[in-house]
Design a protein around this ligand. Structure first.
Ligand code: PMP
Length: 412
């Protein structure tokens, strides 16, 4: 397990954290993958501070005009006729619960399909629909009877021992079987992460999402893209759904939507799915004006002309540099990612997951190089994640990779 020293950090600037002693740590993972604009982006800080001075909260009965501005900003970029949304959540977990409630109410069906290795949150139901059984241990209500897990498109360790391009997409084919034999026959939706984030930065192969959409259409299921990690520019597109042409019916968002770490979440949907009554899903702090202002000002930055093109470019630079490390070090089984969302799969001489080395890389990066990285506790627990804020500079990308190179050289 990751054992970072608990420094007392005093402030953050850009993608850097500074501790009591004035020592600077470069954050290679945007906090908890949520600081899409770094620690102190001036535009978001200014707008949030201004809002705090004016009005922080009022009953959600009155926040609609503010919320609608954000939903307009979001749906402007959304695919597949998604033109409205719901913003009464402040966490990704409950945003996913909201989307699955909508799916159940709209379809009048019960079951939710999700992928092994997926992570959709930590409330009881979000845990139930997440594909990581260890999270459910001790929590019987997290084992929802109407939650069905199906194989993930994890090509590097294909659950069917097949390989692209001749695998026949058995991961998709097997979903048909699960729908027939493992479901109650009443299935509402499939929820997926476009890139399985906590599961190991798993990027599905070209063609996967087209088949998944086809399967949903054949079975009358709604498709929910959980973009809590991939949304708001992370892949170089506002939504990964755009990048992979996913054509979802709903998109859930949190993390990066708050720009500088302000908690806020949203569910975007086609208007036919706007079926919830307020009393069916809303929270005291949902749509509070600090969160809504953070989202609005973050979107103003991410929508600036050229911003996402730059993210794409920086993503290519980061990807090229990580691929160089993959060639240099045998312990990197695969470097995979899109945009500024990368993972290194750490393996032993036989290609088996090397969890000890993964943790050593993360610990030493922090202790020796003052570089903050995170590992994947899910799946096989052997993926080092590299996901700097979208505002990272090219020089900082080079520094992150140089420090990672030094760590890899030292762990052998
Ligand atoms: N979905 C995904 C893909 C996530 O990565 C997470 C959090 N790691 C969640 C949902 C839950 O979000 P939150 O922690 O804001 O509840």
């Amino acid at each position: 397990m990751q054992t970072l020293t608990t420094n007392r950090f005093k402030f953050g600037k850009g993608i850097t954290l500074v501790d009591d002693a004035g020592t600077e740590y470069l954050d290679g993972v945007s906090g908890t993958f949520n600081l899409s604009l770094g620690y102190n982006h001036p535009h978001v800080v200014e707008k949030v501070q201004e809002q705090v001075g004016r009005l922080t909260h009022m009953s959600s009965t009155f926040t609609e005009p503010y919320v609608n501005e954000v939903l307009d900003q979001l749906t402007e970029h959304a695919p597949n006729g998604i033109d409205t949304g719901w913003m009464r959540d402040i966490t990704g977990s409950t945003a996913n619960e909201c989307a699955t409630k909508i799916a159940q109410k709209y379809t009048q069906a019960t079951d939710i399909v999700s992928l092994f290795l997926s992570h959709h949150g930590q409330t009881q139901f979000a845990t139930a629909i997440s594909g990581n059984a260890f999270r459910r241990k001790h929590f019987p209500n997290s084992t929802a009877a109407n939650s069905i897990h199906v194989p993930a498109p994890y090509c590097y360790r294909c659950p069917f021992n097949a390989s692209r391009p001749n695998c026949g997409f058995q991961c998709i084919e097997s979903i048909h079987d699960h729908l027939e034999y493992a479901s109650s026959g009443s299935v509402a939706c499939i929820i997926i992460e476009p890139i399985l984030g906590n599961g190991g930065n798993i990027v599905p192969s070209e063609g996967y999402f087209k088949l998944l959409r086809k399967l949903c259409d054949e079975h009358g299921l709604l498709l929910i893209a959980d973009e809590v990690q991939t949304g708001i520019g992370r892949t170089g597109y506002m939504f990964a759904s755009e990048r992979f042409d996913i054509q979802p019916d709903m998109i859930t968002l949190a993390k990066g939507l708050g720009g500088i770490g302000v908690p806020v979440a949203a569910v975007l949907m086609q208007s036919r799915l706007d079926v919830l009554e307020k009393h069916e899903h809303s929270f005291t702090s949902g749509s509070n004006l600090i969160s809504v202002t953070a989202a609005k000002s973050t979107l103003e930055v991410v929508s600036e002309p050229g911003f996402l093109d730059e993210v794409k470019l920086k993503g290519e630079i980061l990807g090229d540099l990580l691929h160089e490390l993959e060639t240099k070090y045998g312990c990197i089984g695969e470097a995979r990612g899109v945009g500024l969302m990368w993972g290194l799969e750490i393996v032993d001489e036989d290609g088996a997951p090397d969890v000890a080395k993964t943790n050593a890389v993360i610990d030493r990066a922090f202790a020796d190089q003052h570089l903050i990285l995170r590992g994947s506790r899910y799946g096989f627990g052997n993926v080092v994640k590299v996901r700097p804020s979208l505002t990272v500079t090219t020089d900082e990308i080079v520094t992150i990779v140089e420090r990672l190179d030094a760590v890899l050289a030292s762990v052998g």
